[in-house]
Design a protein around this ligand. Structure first.
Ligand code: SF4
Length: 411
């Protein structure tokens, strides 16, 4: 769900560089503890003949003190540390590019395989709200994406593979570590306050790994995040929304982008499989699952504003009708055009008029703040810039060139 990360690379010159991960590379045969959930780690220690509580101790070292060297785990016996050193590792994905802005935005490109396109990106966006300073991390769940939403840069890169839990949680680990690397271990703390599973990929199509990663985010022995501060965004994989409702209590966002099936089939092709009526019903079931203490009090509706495509007054009216019986907050996202994008950004006036229609009808409707219009501003584009060489990208360019040629010969 890459549509939301409309982030600036403005002033990104401050600390922009290709880098190597600080985590020591280890032999391939070692077990990576980074992505293991508490039950998995407990079993791991039991299988070693150790007590289960070692799992909680090690998790705290990894996820709260950002330690990757077993020798630093001072409450673990020397003998066990030696054993762990031999058979395990704590290894985040390799950082190949990082981009720290003066406005606080941070972006990383991680290498998660050997192929040219085996890259994913992660964005941290700082903001102030009534609860204080927020640091929201937008996390990727797949290398590329198979769903090919027509406005999405990631979709144009095609799908390569699912990320593992270590590669997903490793993005959160690295974002926190980036603030703590110069801080003494005993004084380290978790800095990222919110997570949105909205980066590259459709998280519900990598269900098990995403679920296990979100469980780590909520676990008090790991990141201990509030369930209301962990959001999963989906383009609408209806059966998996129902499964999610059974498995975990986190906030849900829908990458909607169109108020009727005809338009949504074009913008978000998975709509042909799970049309709007089914999607809205699944959201209602999701919200109905728990009581007031749940993170599920409303659904966030993401709606990218495409000039002349989905931003007209009749679209706002259709959206009102569609969401009439769904407690929702609507987030309008000014589109960030990418090279060869077939759409443009709606005008500011058009977006404000659209917002007014929704607000006047009683919806909480916000406009996402854009942080600039540079080439790598939207999620998927920095990776695209670093290595946009997949087959589908080539096909897309050819298609655009063909269309341009047709227009040229016609006119
Ligand atoms: S193509 Fe994939 S990553 Fe892009 S918006 Fe659609 S579901 Fe999200």
């Amino acid at each position: 769900m890459s549509s939301v990360a409309v982030v600036s690379s403005e002033n990104m010159d401050e600390k922009q560089q290709s880098v190597s991960t600080p985590v020591v590379q280890a032999a391939a045969a070692k077990v990576n503890l980074l992505g293991m959930s508490r039950p998995e780690l407990e079993k791991f220690f039991e299988d070693l003949g150790e007590k289960k509580f070692r799992a909680g101790q090690v998790m705290k070292w990894i996820h709260q003190y950002f330690v990757t060297d077993f020798a630093e785990m001072s409450n673990i016996s020397g003998k066990l540390r030696e054993k762990l050193e031999k058979i395990c590792e704590i290894k985040a994905p390799e950082v190949v590019h990082r981009n720290y802005s003066k406005d606080g935005t941070r972006k990383w490109v991680f290498r998660v395989g050997d192929g040219e396109g085996s890259l994913v990106e992660t964005v941290l966006i700082p903001a102030e709200d009534k609860t204080g300073a927020r640091k929201t991390l937008c996390i990727s769940s797949q290398v590329g994406c198979a769903l090919d939403c027509s406005f999405c840069s990631t979709g144009k890169q095609g799908f390569q593979r699912d990320l593992t839990p270590a590669e997903i949680i490793g993005q959160l680990w690295m974002a926190n570590y980036s603030y703590m690397e110069d801080v003494p271990v005993a004084e380290r703390e978790r800095t990222v306050t919110n997570v949105v599973m909205m980066g590259m990929g459709e998280p519900l199509l990598n269900y098990d790994a995403v679920l296990s990663s979100m469980q780590l985010m909520l676990d008090d022995f790991a990141y201990g995040m509030s369930k209301r501060r962990v959001t999963l965004s989906t383009s609408g994989v209806v059966p998996k929304i129902d499964q999610l409702a059974q498995d975990i209590d986190v906030a849900l966002a829908i990458s909607l982008h169109a108020p009727n099936d005809e338009l949504r089939n074009e913008l978000v092709p998975i709509n042909k499989k799970y049309p709007l009526q089914q999607l809205i019903a699944a959201c209602q079931r999701y919200l109905a699952k728990d009581g007031n203490e749940s993170a599920r009090r409303h659904v966030t509706i993401e709606y990218v504003m495409l000039d002349g495509v989905n931003d007209q007054p009749e679209h706002a009216q259709q959206l009102l009708k569609l969401l009439k019986n769904l407690p929702s907050k609507i987030n309008l996202i000014p589109f960030n055009p990418f090279p060869h994008a077939p759409y443009g950004r709606s005008s500011r006036n058009r977006i404000i008029a659209f917002q007014k229609t929704l607000s006047d009808a009683g919806f909480v409707c916000t406009i996402r703040q854009t942080r600039g219009d540079d080439i790598d501003a939207a999620c998927g584009q920095l990776v695209g810039q670093v290595a946009d060489r997949t087959r589908r990208a080539e096909q897309w360019k050819k298609k655009v060139a063909q269309q341009q040629e047709i227009l040229r010969t016609q006119g």
